[in-house]
Design a protein around this ligand. Structure first.
Ligand code: SF4
Length: 354
């Protein structure tokens, strides 16, 4: 067969990348269904995140940015991509890794070893804050006291504050987390199902807490989980930890997650469409929203006299661990706080709260 014919025959059997039209396609993008090669995938994946950062004005030059790092796939890819983009596009950011040690033997101690390796691999300094130091309790001790029913409520509330406190100690201007498009869609759905208007209003924002000391950003807001884990992290052979938390419940959020995955299988754009729908919800001006103040005891942001962490901690220290779970009596009484006490607060996970 002549050289030209051989090339044509080969192209007829091998599907070529729809971007470069040169290399063999290695994957089909779930968002666009394009079949592309690895090299073009790296370019479009990183460019999309760069565009999200630039279009949403996530950072200013010179800012000190804490990357919430659990050692899991999303935060590992975030740390890697953000440090690459920071170099490539001269963002001028001072990046560091911030991890929370919840004190979960056989889970967090192992995943923190991954973060410690990432510290060296990506050249990013690491700060670890622990529940034991901040609250006097590890999650192992909390689970011993309360059992496995509401453990994630404690863990989610404590983690949120621990990250803020760690970021404040390290004088960070911003905190970034690895929440991806699937997490966003799932949270929107959960907030609709539970009728949590206050959270529904803010859960679609790419940056939250701008009125507080340390705003939080989600550069992966439009990035599909599949592309983060099964493609980018896998092709790049990134070092991440994938074991599930030993206290992970199979709760309400798990069903929402499965529902989103089913929708994605039928129509991959469903994830982005749920996010768009969430972004376009408008809260009626007659809806009463909670007023933000500060906790009387610790000074953390709170819409009640005491913040949620102080209420939970108070219960633990007084041997009444159920205090603050379900209906709150005596300390904080509003309906809003009762809603917040529900156990499907956050991704039950190793990843970080939205
Ligand atoms: Fe904490 Fe997540 Fe484990 Fe629940 S599943 S105990 S929130 S690390």
């Amino acid at each position: 067969m002549e050289g030209g014919d051989a090339t044509r025959a080969r192209r007829a059997t091998v599907r070529l990348c729809s971007i470069c039209n040169q290399r063999k396609a290695a994957l089909k993008r779930p968002k666009t269904l394009e079949q592309i090669c690895r090299e073009c995938f790296y370019v479009v994946f990183e460019d999309e995140i760069h565009r999200t950062i630039v279009d949403n004005h996530l950072f200013k030059p010179g800012e000190r940015v804490a990357i919430g790092a659990s050692g899991g796939k999303d935060s590992t890819v975030l740390a890697y991509v953000l440090s690459e983009l920071n170099r490539r596009h001269n963002y001028g950011l001072d990046l560091f890794l911030l991890s929370v040690d919840e004190g979960i033997t056989g889970y967090r101690d192992d995943s923190l070893e991954t973060v410690k390796r990432n510290e060296i691999q990506y050249g990013l300094p690491l700060k670890i804050v622990s529940y034991k130091t901040l609250y006097g309790w590890t999650m192992d001790e909390i689970v011993k006291a309360i059992g496995l029913k509401n453990n994630c409520t404690f863990c989610g509330v404590f983690r949120r504050q621990a990250l803020d406190r760690g970021a404040a100690v390290m004088k960070a201007d911003k905190l970034v987390t690895g929440h991806n498009a699937d997490d966003m869609a799932e949270t929107i759905l959960l907030n609709i199902l539970r009728g949590d208007i206050a959270r529904l209003g803010r859960c679609t924002l790419i940056t939250t807490g701008e009125d507080g000391p340390i705003p939080r950003c989600k550069p992966f807001k439009y990035t599909y989980e599949k592309e983060i884990i099964y493609t980018y992290a896998y092709f790049k052979k990134l070092d991440y930890f994938s074991t599930e938390c030993i206290y992970s419940p199979n709760a309400y959020r798990g069903f929402a997650r499965e529902f989103i995955k089913d929708l994605e299988r039928i129509r991959p754009r469903a994830i982005l469409d749920i996010i768009r729908s969430g972004e376009n919800f408008r809260i009626s001006s007659s809806t009463k929203m909670p007023e933000q103040g500060t906790c009387e005891r610790c000074g953390y942001i709170s819409s009640q006299k005491l913040c949620k962490a102080c209420v939970l901690l108070d219960g633990l220290n007084r041997g009444l661990p159920k205090q603050g779970i379900g209906r709150t009596k005596g300390l904080n009484k509003s309906k809003d706080e009762e809603n917040k006490n529900s156990s499907f607060h956050s991704k039950p996970c190793g990843t970080l709260d939205i």
